[in-house]
Design a protein around this ligand. Structure first.
Ligand SMILES: [Cu+2]
Length: 155
């Protein structure tokens, strides 16, 4: 089979780039220790209403002054719908879903997770700027997806 010289160059280039990108991902994962956020804790989505802390979702203040926020995502709400914390607060978010896969995204922060039934995802953020933050679902979850949001007041 004859392969044109330019075709061979492009194939070599394409395969070489694939190898380079795989090495970069491997380097980031193992040498730089960059991993997807948690997702190691499991919970029964059928029994969230009886499983602490998701039986009473909301904000907890820890003795060290930081906060933990427990969220349940369900079609088409976040529970709690509103939250308020003082400026400068470090908040660790714990999120799970009661039904289907939802998104958990707070623009202007680095909080960007999936809410997956059966799993608890975790990310932390320190709110250094005051304002009203929107928490939105950014994974299409059904007919009311565009109305799925909550608010976080930082003052
Ligand atoms: Cu959604």
């Amino acid at each position: 089979m004859h392969i044109h010289r330019y075709e061979r160059w492009w194939m070599t280039f394409g395969i070489a780039m694939l190898v380079v990108f795989l090495l970069m991902i491997g380097f980031a994962a193992f040498a730089d220790n960059i991993n997807p956020p948690s997702g190691l804790q499991q919970v029964d989505p059928q029994k969230l209403s009886q499983t602490p802390p998701f039986d009473k979702p909301g904000l907890r203040k820890l003795p060290n002054g930081t906060y933990e926020a427990y969220y349940v995502a369900e079609v088409f709400n976040f529970i709690p719908a509103t939250l308020s914390v003082p400026v400068g607060s470090k908040v660790t978010f714990y999120v799970t879903s009661a039904d289907v896969v939802h998104g958990f995204f707070i623009p202007r922060t680095d909080i960007n997770m999936m809410a997956i039934p059966g799993w608890v995802n975790t990310q932390s953020h320190t709110f250094t700027r005051s304002g009203d933050y929107l928490l939105i679902c950014h994974e299409y979850c059904g007919i009311g997806h565009q109305n799925m949001f909550a608010r976080i007041a930082v003052h």
